[in-house]
Design a protein around this ligand. Structure first.
Ligand SMILES: C[S@@+](CC[C@H](N)C(=O)[O-])C[C@H]1O[C@@H](n2cnc3c(N)ncnc32)[C@H](O)[C@@H]1O
Length: 416
């Protein structure tokens, strides 16, 4: 069956098919600006204007003359929506890969590491802006979703009380300066994206007895966002145990106090297995030398004797690996692949890409060391995609009930 050009919003919010509400995707720029200009001139909302045109056509019982071959817009499925986003602390674009696959258009990206910039440029065609601390907010175009896996640097806000970090009249100064989360918070404060979609290590929640997370959550709430967060293990999507906290924030001015958001369920069906992503004939250079392998075994034995669990991790091929870290390049000890009759080997960079859920079509254009670091730092695109589908449900819900994501902000701007 051919997909309709006009698509309907999703499942549980409206039932399977809508009878009295329509969502029209990808309106061409010239039509959009015409609608905008006309509706302003007539003092109408976008919805009133479009409905009046349809009524006019209906009343005359004639359809406009369609060109013989109208191109059906294909944004590829019920879970996609044309929306815009900005990619902060972009790394190699784990957010971008996922959001683009759902109809997102990247308007801006920011990443200061030159090797990550190189990978990013190769994969997506543009080079991210550099140091976030030097960016002027006015350089950042408006966007619907602000995405960012802010660095898991030691949080310098430890010890800063919630009250003190929030009481500043003009953004976040003084004791909070220097912590990159607050650079992001300032951008959120000034750009007011409808949605902020953040990611961090699981420990963010327990750091400094929960105070760090408390400050971050309170900051986002203080900015007027409704904050949802959940630790999700990527092991349901890729063969890697990787727990990360996903933070999804909706602007209350647009979405109200209780946007109908929920985090995704793990996909049904068999779990991915490490053996699914291994290369058949990896280069022998990835096999550990005798010296390193002996060192890792001795190190593990010493710690075992002391009752510690530290040591290398020989992976189970029919299970999932430990978490790939940014320091995997050092000795690869956290994920070693057993080999019959030989020392174990580390994963190849391509296997790391697969372990993170990046497509094989993406070429690896940096050294092995940089590639390991980039994949170990990244977010898992299939998990981001699953969470983003749920965000899109809410965006769709919002568009349906108010006609536009930006309506609330326009009203506010007029009022002030
Ligand atoms: C946890 S990683 C995010 C990785 C990304 N989500 C991905 O999928 O690849 C944090 C990133 O922030 C970048 N970064 C750190 N400080 C920065 C700064 N001051 N300005 C811009 N980027 C910065 C780091 O280079 C790193 O790539």
């Amino acid at each position: 069956m051919q997909k309709p050009a006009i698509t309907f919003p999703q499942r549980e919010f409206f039932g399977e098919w809508m009878t009295d509400q329509l969502l029209i995707r990808k309106v061409p720029e010239r039509i959009r600006s015409w609608i905008e200009q006309e509706r302003r001139e007539h003092g109408m909302t976008q919805q009133e204007f479009v409905v009046s045109i349809l009524e006019h056509a209906f009343g005359r019982e004639e359809l406009p003359l369609f060109p013989a071959a109208v191109r059906r817009v294909d944004v590829s499925g019920p879970d996609t929506l044309p929306f815009t986003f900005a990619d902060f602390f972009a790394g190699i674009g784990g957010f971008r890969t996922a959001l683009q696959s759902l109809g997102g258009e990247c308007r801006y990206s920011c990443e200061w590491d030159k090797y990550s910039q190189k990978t990013y440029k190769t994969w997506y065609g543009d080079t991210p802006a550099g140091d976030i601390r030097k960016i002027k907010t006015k350089e950042i175009p408006d966007h619907d979703v602000l995405a960012g896996g802010f660095p898991c640097q030691p949080f310098s806000i430890a010890g800063v009380s919630k009250k003190r970090s929030l009481g500043h009249a003009h953004g976040f100064k003084c004791e909070t300066q220097g912590n990159l989360f607050f650079n992001l918070a300032t951008i959120i404060e000034q750009k007011r994206p409808p949605v902020a979609f953040l990611e961090n290590v699981k420990n963010l929640q327990s750091h400094d007895q929960g105070r760090t997370w408390g400050v971050i959550k309170d900051t986002l709430e203080q900015l007027g966002y409704c904050v949802f967060h959940k630790v999700i293990d990527a092991a349901a999507w890729v063969p890697q145990h990787r727990e990360r906290v996903y933070i999804v924030c909706f602007d209350k001015q647009r979405f109200g106090e209780k946007p109908p958001f929920r985090f995704p369920e793990a996909p049904a069906g068999p779990r991915p297995r490490l053996s699914d992503i291994l290369e058949p004939n990896p280069d022998p250079k990835y096999t550990l030398g005798d010296h390193l392998w002996q060192y890792l075994q001795d190190y593990a034995d010493r710690h075992k004797a002391k009752g510690n669990g530290f040591g290398y991790g020989l992976a189970n091929l029919s299970g999932v690996t430990r978490t790939l870290s940014a320091r995997y390049f050092k000795d690869g000890s956290e994920i070693l692949i057993p080999q019959k009759g030989n020392n174990p080997r580390r994963l190849t960079p391509r296997e790391c890409a697969r372990l993170m859920g990046f497509p094989d079509e993406y070429p690896i254009v940096v050294s092995d060391t940089q590639a390991y670091r980039q994949f170990g730092n990244a977010v898992v695109p299939p998990v981001v995609q699953a969470v983003a589908r749920e965000i899109i449900s809410v965006l769709t819900w919002q568009i349906m009930r108010s006609g536009s994501l930006f309506k609330a902000s326009r009203r506010r701007a007029k009022a002030s």
